[in-house]
Design a protein around this ligand. Structure first.
Ligand code: PLP
Length: 381
């Protein structure tokens, strides 16, 4: 099997030291008290990474678990929840709210741009009777990045709790949980952190815990109940057996990210250079504004099929990028440059492979995407 360059917006490439950490000998994580300290230490490191004093918990389940757990834990029947919607994950939150009996009120902002702040401001002046609001940091199917530093404090001004899906941004874009007043911040192992899929990261504020504790009715789930983890350390009890090898891997991945002083700058430099190369070519970016530095989303050139392009890139260049789904299925191509994928040589080769593939399919380029990428990448700004 030829080695594939995985350039998707998650799961990302898993580095060797993370793979090796997952191969370490294991203990019984329910009984061995040392594991409780190991887990606690991982949560402390994650809190540092997320710039928060709030509790952080690592849950056994892929990132979707965090989205559902936040909604399950906060929502009581007939609660009104504000769902900020400028993308597919954005309105997807409504499903979780409604599953647990809440009333999801969608506030839509144009999909190709960062969420419009004035739109939210004007809306809240008229209606702010919400228990919590959901916001997506980077809505990966389109790559749009929302400005949490403005959105979350504005919601909190009206006493609305904030739930943030930062699965595709955390680590690659700035995220300041305390400064931006995020009550529940959610991430996952397989994106910027570049560990395999399987774990959710949740930072939970005292205000969010309080709402959960003061509920009239119990949380209608066991696995999605964030309260069950609250006092695990004092009780020396996890609600279910923790996947210890996954946790070892994530711990190593977090160490790598914390040691990587330049990680945000590198994502920014790579994101900008990728967009510049695309803009200087016959290709077109999908978004008009609000670009995330973790993923670039490109319109499928007219007359071509995303599936044909993707297959050819895999088979002839061993590069795996992806299309999108839902309303964007067949319309765009996505290059994930997050975490281990955010390496200039990998992105440059991906752009080379994309150009060669498109040329074979009849598209004409005047310049080299790869050269343009390197030129912008080396520009001092
Ligand atoms: C990846 C991702 C998730 C997790 O969802 P999967 O589709 O199961 O990978 C959640 N939210 C966002 C924004 C994501 O990018």
């Amino acid at each position: 099997m030829k080695e594939m360059l995985i350039m998707t917006p998650g799961p990302t490439t898993v580095a060797e030291d993370v793979r090796l950490a997952r191969a370490k000998a294991t203990t019984n994580p329910d009984i061995d008290l040392e594991f409780y300290d190991f887990y606690k230490n991982l949560c402390v490191k994650l809190a540092q990474f997320l710039k928060t004093k709030n509790d952080v918990r690592v849950l056994a389940g892929e990132g979707i678990l965090g989205l559902e757990a936040a909604c399950a834990s906060l929502t009581e029947p007939d609660d009104r929840v504000l769902v900020l919607d400028n993308g597919i994950f954005g309105h997807g939150f409504a499903d979780f709210v409604e599953l647990y009996g809440g009333e999801a009120v969608l506030l839509q902002s144009p999909e190709k741009e960062a969420f419009h702040l004035e739109l939210l401001e004007n809306f809240l002046k008229k209606d702010h009777d919400f228990k919590y609001a959901t916001v997506v940091h980077c809505d990966t199917p389109s790559g749009v990045l929302n400005d949490l530093s403005k959105i979350c404090p504005l919601l909190k001004k009206y006493g609305i709790l904030t739930v943030v899906d930062s699965v595709a941004a955390m680590g690659g874009e700035d995220l300041q949980v305390d400064e931006w007043q995020i009550d529940i911040a959610l991430g996952a192992s397989q994106k910027v952190l570049s560990a395999p899929p399987g774990l959710t990261i949740a930072a939970i504020s005292p205000a969010a815990y309080q709402i959960m504790e003061e509920r009239q009715r119990p949380i209608a789930s066991f696995y999605c109940n964030l309260l069950t983890f609250k006092d695990y350390y004092e009780k020396k009890w996890f609600p279910y057996t923790m996947p210890i090898s996954d946790i070892y891997g994530l711990d190593k991945a977090v160490d790598c990210v914390l040691a990587d002083q330049e990680i945000l700058q590198r994502h920014e430099r790579i994101g900008k250079a990728t967009r510049k190369a695309i803009e200087n070519s016959p290709l077109e970016l999908y978004l008009q504004d609000g670009y995330s530095n973790t993923v670039s989303v490109i319109k499928v050139p007219e007359g071509l099929s995303d599936q044909v392009i993707l297959k050819k890139m895999r088979e002839e260049y061993q590069v795996m990028i992806t299309g999108s789904f839902d309303s964007l299925a067949g319309k765009v191509l996505r290059i994930g440059h997050m975490g281990e994928n955010a390496r200039a040589n990998k992105v440059a080769y991906t752009l080379y492979a994309l150009q060669k593939t498109l040329e074979k399919l009849g598209l004409k380029f005047e310049k080299s995407l790869q050269d343009d990428f390197w030129q912008s990448y080396h520009l001092k700004n």
